[in-house]
Design a binder for this molecule. Structure first.
Ligand SMILES: Cc1ncc(COP(=O)(O)O)c(C=O)c1O
Length: 377
């Protein structure tokens, strides 16, 4: 047999070295209390389940609408914009990846060599850890800009004085409310940054439905701003993968040109359209989740946790008495799964997704038991 080089040599160099995004664990054990990936504890509206069930028939042999027209139309009506202002994705991760492909020149291209900002993808640190992974896949020039104390958004003057923000970067991601901290940002502060930045600014509003304010209006007023949202968190549809962007028709047209032809599957389109028809059901869920968030936050603070203010469906906390990883493991042994980031700078925190009232009761009982046992030992 002819000798061949290792298959590794067949892979592009920068992909060989790539560290993939690490998603939260998806344990299949039903008895585990899963508070680690910010899923919604409530099921989709009964009408959504019914619509998806009714769509499972001989139509599965057909391609879905490549333009996701019904979803676009429903989202346009929901946000008071035109369908040309909306693009739908296979989750909002798809939107983020499309934005990089559409707006950023690879760093080794002639355009980026002439003007490095054209190849620059910038984002605040910490924020969604998928941005640098997508940036590396595309060979973008990554620029990570530190947030202020307690994850505060720097003001424009601070960004100008600090020199770390590239006001001409091809693409800037701002996670608002911030993940993993949960901190909410004021629209006025975001607007000041969007106005001063010349490249595309993508406001990643994956958790906006749990917040007191959102910045959707900026996508309609600034031609360089787009807002991405998801059906995963607020609308209990992680399994179906639907996200979307709202922005200027020119930017949306660019995303449309480079997306996969059938990027949103048919059942997901059915689920998304039906979801928007039953918004009141979800509004009740948002209220319960926000209420549980505040209750859990107060209860944890009373027990000595440092809890960061949250405008999302999760809490970032610093636990008392022992390292965060030990808390994580002891909760895991009780069947309660939360998120621990083993990365430098983040390894003193725990992130807890907000579950239903009974789930949060079980969680708090677990926390109290650990505290009791640690006092006895
Ligand atoms: C900040 C942020 N953006 C985007 C996403 C992606 O959401 P999806 O691809 O499920 O729409 C997530 C998911 O965790 C997130 O935390």
């Amino acid at each position: 047999m002819a000798t061949r080089k290792s298959p590794l040599s067949l892979i592009r160099q920068h992909i060989r070295k790539l560290h993939a995004y690490v998603p939260g664990e998806q344990p299949r054990h039903r008895r585990l209390l899963k508070l680690n990936t910010n899923e919604n504890p409530f099921p989709p509206a009964p009408e959504v389940l019914e619509a998806v069930r009714n769509a499972v028939d001989a139509r599965l042999r057909l391609y879905p609408d490549p333009m996701s027209r019904e979803v676009r139309g429903a989202l346009a009506a929901f946000h008071g914009v035109a369908p040309e202002n909306v693009v739908v994705g296979n989750g909002s991760d798809d939107i983020l990846a499309m934005a990089i492909r559409a707006f950023v020149e690879p760093a080794d291209s002639a355009a980026a060599q002439r003007n490095p900002s054209k190849g620059t993808i910038q984002y605040f640190d910490p924020s969604y850890s998928l941005y640098p992974v997508l940036g590396k896949i595309h060979k973008g020039q990554l620029r990570s800009v530190p947030l202020g104390d307690d994850f505060a958004l720097p003001t424009v003057s601070e960004l100008k004085a600090g020199g770390s923000w590239d006001f001409r970067a091809a693409l800037s991601f701002i996670t608002t409310p911030n993940a993993p901290s949960g901190r909410g940002y004021r629209t006025a502060d975001l607007e000041a940054i969007c106005r001063a930045t010349r490249g595309v600014v993508l406001l990643d509003e994956a958790y906006a439905e749990f917040a007191d304010e959102n910045a959707m209006e900026l996508a309609t007023r600034y031609p360089n701003v787009l807002v991405s949202r998801t059906f995963s968190k607020a609308y209990s549809l992680c399994f179906q993968r639907v996200g979307y962007a709202v922005g200027h028709p020119e930017l949306m047209g660019a995303l449309d040109r480079i997306r996969d032809s059938y990027n949103v599957n048919g059942l997901a389109q059915v689920a998304a359209v039906t979801t928007l028809k039953h918004h009141h059901y979800y509004e009740q869920n948002f209220a319960v989740i926000r209420g549980e968030r505040e209750k859990t936050s107060a209860a944890l603070e009373k027990l000595g946790f440092r809890v960061y203010p949250s405008q999302t469906n999760f809490l970032l906390v610093e636990p008392p008495g022992m390292p965060a990883e030990q808390w994580f493991q002891q909760l895991r042994e009780m069947g309660i799964v939360i998120r621990f980031f083993k990365t430098p700078g983040m390894d003193r925190f725990l992130r807890i997704s907000i579950g239903s009232p009974s789930e949060m009761k079980r969680f708090m009982n677990g926390i109290r038991r650990i505290l009791r046992e640690s006092l006895q030992s």
